[in-house]
Ligand binder design. Structure first.
Ligand code: HEC
Length: 157
């Protein structure tokens, strides 16, 4: 009986440990997708700075920023968004703002991703043609970010 109890306790500890490990399992994926978002934000920020006159307009730099945004948006991200890696999962509250709706409402999120590719494609074609080229496409790019954040990203805590 004593032996059996010890065995049962071992099993329970193992189960608890594996649960804890499971909760942390998504850390790399979450880090990677946040990195993609940071790439979006950095390159949009460069374009925004030129629109606002905080950075002098430079055709080559504008073109690079827009093409970087497009390249990042074109990355295949499915491995970075494993099902269950949302903020409601055990241990992930505070580590991610991804909502479970990303998976339950699939493929809506993929459509939102395509929306960004479409807007970034137009931006990449126009950004080198003067600051007005950026301005003409800025609303659509920002709108594409919002169109995904609103339904699929939880508010900041
Ligand atoms: C298809 C959906 C989608 C699109 C399009 C999208 N985002 Fe996100 N974004 C998310 C989700 C979901 C999160 C939360 C990720 C997490 O916390 O795991 C996020 C998080 C972020 C973050 C926070 C990253 C961090 O380090 O915590 C930034 C910044 C961001 N997005 C910027 C952008 C910008 C700028 C655009 C547009 C150019 C954009 N996003 C387009 C879904 C999207």
């Amino acid at each position: 009986m004593k032996k059996f109890l010890a065995f049962a306790v071992t099993l329970m500890v193992a189960a608890t440990l594996s649960q804890a490990a499971h909760a942390a399992d998504f850390s790399k994926q979450i880090k990677a997708r946040k990195a993609v978002m940071q790439l979006y934000a950095f390159n949009v920020g460069q374009l925004a700075a030129m629109v606002k006159g905080k950075m002098p307009y430079d055709a080559a730099a504008a073109s690079v920023a827009a093409n970087n945004l497009l390249a990042a948006a074109n990355m295949k991200q499915s491995a970075m968004w494993p099902k269950g890696s949302d903020a409601s999962a055990p241990g992930l509250d505070g580590k991610t703002r991804a909502k479970a709706d990303i998976w339950s409402q699939y493929p809506k999120v993929a459509e939102a991703g395509k929306g960004l590719v479409a807007a970034a494609t137009k931006m990449a074609a126009a950004a080198g043609n003067g600051v007005d080229g950026i301005k003409a496409n800025f609303g659509a790019v920002g709108g594409a970010c919002k169109a995904c954040h609103k339904p699929f990203r939880a508010p900041k805590k």
